[in-house]
Design a protein around this ligand. Sequence first.
Ligand code: COA
Length: 360
Amino acid sequence: MGSVIVGTGIAVPPHRVTNADLSAIMDTSDDWIRRRTGVGSRHVAEPGIGPSDLGAAALQAALADAGIEPGEVDLLVTATMTPDQFAPGIGAVVQAKAGLGPVAAFDLRQQCSGFLYGLDLADAMLRSGRARTAAVVGAEVHSGYMPFGTGFDVLRGLRAEPTEADRAAATASRAWSVLFGDGAGAAVLRAGDPATDALSPAERTGVVASRLFSDGTEFELIQVRGLGFRHQPYVDAEQLAAGLHLPEMNGAELFRRASIAMPAAVRAVLDDVGLSIADLDLVVCHQANERIVDVVRSSLGIDAEVAPTNIERYGNTTAATVAILFHELRLSGRVPSGALVCFVAFGAGSHWGALLYRQP
Ligand SMILES: CC(C)(COP(=O)(O)OP(=O)(O)OC[C@H]1O[C@@H](n2cnc3c(N)ncnc32)[C@H](O)[C@@H]1OP(=O)(O)O)[C@@H](O)C(=O)NCCC(=O)NCCS
């Protein structure tokens, strides 16, 4: 009785920032960003808009898509690495903003694998009968990380050039800041038909299988070291001066790990149920870098038709990437009845995994 996705929705802030726009505030170029990452533009939220706003809007769109009233949802799972504020998490805030009842609302911190972990958790809760209608939301506002200063005024058309100091700070961040974008995606799930349990994995519908992994020995690959409680006080001027509130990323090693871990997770989950790569109609891959998806494709022997990307328009929206991509594929008719979809992601922690889903 694998859980069935009955609705999806997304929300991205209207302001689109192109690579050319970024070139006006740091030393970078459209050519470098496109060639090395595949990103063409990303959406940027206005100050005051948090992931709970985007997440609630995506969830409301998913509920409308499913034709389900907010009051029918009895489980919410949210995932973000950029919460509205340090505490509490966005789970309850999304619950309230989307007009859900006082239901259980989880906050996941699995970064780029957050939505995947959320799908797995929702499926387990639905299968066990602990919930009947579950919503999974991945939402990020990465813009708060960006050390652009007056560069944001340039992006918003309020001044012609950033200060020299802000240009230098933005340039120092370019290896990671050009990758990310803001946005949210949501899915609404319902428990599947128990009669389908008797079917073979090749015939089962809804969530067919899932494999999640974590390896904390590599948590330093991408991290934000500051603002944590091993330090007393947990935030101080010294940390800010040292830039410890900003992401630090070992890009080359992350690239290597993601390129190995994602195909391995796809093979592992297929092996678990005796299916093969040839059975897959779609691979909805985390969108961190077009070149990583290229490696996943060649490792699995699949093409861009099976493993499409939308990173060109959104950049890496972390917990929202696979949700946004799956929504767009559904809308464009790429998830017909019977299609076998593999969601796969890798992200900070490290957390990664793959989940098989067959559209009823
Ligand atoms: C970050 C990433 C795009 C860097 O690509 P890369 O091909 O490894 O590039 P490098 O870091 O080796 O940098 C090459 C050069 O480009 C420069 N560069 C980096 N960012 C740049 C930018 N935005 N614009 C122009 N030049 C840039 C570097 O300074 C370096 O210059 P140098 O050779 O003079 O020192 C790539 O490693 C990546 O995508 N890694 C995975 C990141 C990821 O998945 N993050 C999300 C977590 S799941």
